[in-house]
Ligand binder design. Structure first.
Ligand code: PMP
Length: 287
């Protein structure tokens, strides 16, 4: 069955799905996006993802291309057409199509594209085995809280990780403090079992999974601190993990060449992953 995409008002097979060469997303990276996980046929944390989409758009002065309800209906229809039970919904909004000029065009409609993907979340050894991360300098812009489609530094970092045989690269700021992964938030667990992750601000993306994990930790009585941590503290941590919509809670067992603990996923990370799986099924946003 051919995959179907939603492109500016039409449902098209991927072969036919295309945007104009003067789409400002293509020429300037002038747009934002969201990735929503679909599990057992339902979107996980749909509302906070749409909230973040609205915030990202407002930050760069692009209007929501249609009502939130209409966006939700198109997302559901696309998932239905593609028969996605487990996977993701990708939503991208750009400023639209206009003759190339850095200044914002007037009277241009934002361009909206949605795609879906099937993912078998069960058959992923990373959850059981854990992963390795490497440290790289953070070379991104100052507004990392905006989920911009301008992902060149993230792509360069992820490629460096792949070439090093690692799953993710943790980006490090000028003070030697970890900001976040190239497509995930970064966490460590201290020797006394406290979670540590960087506080919200413009230095990191406000992860929807991060938010859920903090709520779960609060509910389960797991202590946490929202503060920056250094590369050195991370390498001496009891445990570490990354969170994102599609990585859930992925344990980190090695940072650069330093194994964490006994080199296998730690108990806190494992428990959080179980709780998060329960949360995704039980706390899903169903209308
Ligand atoms: N940071 C960055 C840079 C990301 O790209 C992502 C994934 N979108 C995250 C963090 C995690 O965010 P979320 O939990 O909302 O997927």
């Amino acid at each position: 069955m051919a995959r179907v995409a939603y492109v500016n008002g039409r449902y098209l097979t991927h072969r036919r799905a295309a945007v104009h060469i003067e789409d400002r997303g293509y020429q300037f990276g002038d747009g934002v996006y969201e990735v929503v996980t679909v599990l057992a046929g339902h979107m996980v944390d749909e509302a906070p993802h749409l909230d973040r989409l609205e915030r990202s758009l407002a930050s760069i002065e692009i209007a929501l291309p249609m009502s939130r309800r209409a966006l939700q209906l198109i997302g559901r229809e696309l998932l239905r057409k593609n028969k996605v039970v487990n996977g993701l919904l990708y939503i991208q909004v750009t400023r639209g199509v206009a003759p190339r000029d850095h200044r914002f065009p007037e009277n241009v409609r934002p361009a909206l594209v949605m795609t879906t993907k099937h993912i078998d979340f069960a058959a992923q050894p990373k959850f059981e085995m854990g992963v390795r991360v490497i440290m790289i300098p953070d070379q991104r812009w100052a507004r990392r809280d905006i989920k911009s489609i301008g992902l060149l530094p993230n792509c360069l970092g992820k490629q460096r990780a792949a070439e090093a045989g690692a799953y993710e690269a943790w980006q490090v700021d000028a003070d030697g403090l970890v900001t976040e992964g190239t497509s995930s938030n970064a966490w460590i667990v201290t020797a006394d079992g406290r979670l540590v992750t960087r506080p919200l601000g413009s230095e990191i993306l406000h992860g929807v999974t991060r938010r859920a994990i903090l709520a779960i930790a609060a509910g389960e009585g797991v202590a946490f601190e929202e503060r920056p941590f250094s590369v050195d503290e991370a390498k001496h941590a009891a445990e570490a993990f990354v969170t994102s919509a599609t990585s859930f809670v992925t344990p980190v067992v090695q940072i650069d060449d330093t194994p964490l603990g006994d080199g296998t996923p730690g108990p806190v990370s494992r428990r959080l992953l179980e709780w998060y799986r329960d949360y995704m099924v039980g706390g899903r946003n169903v209308d």
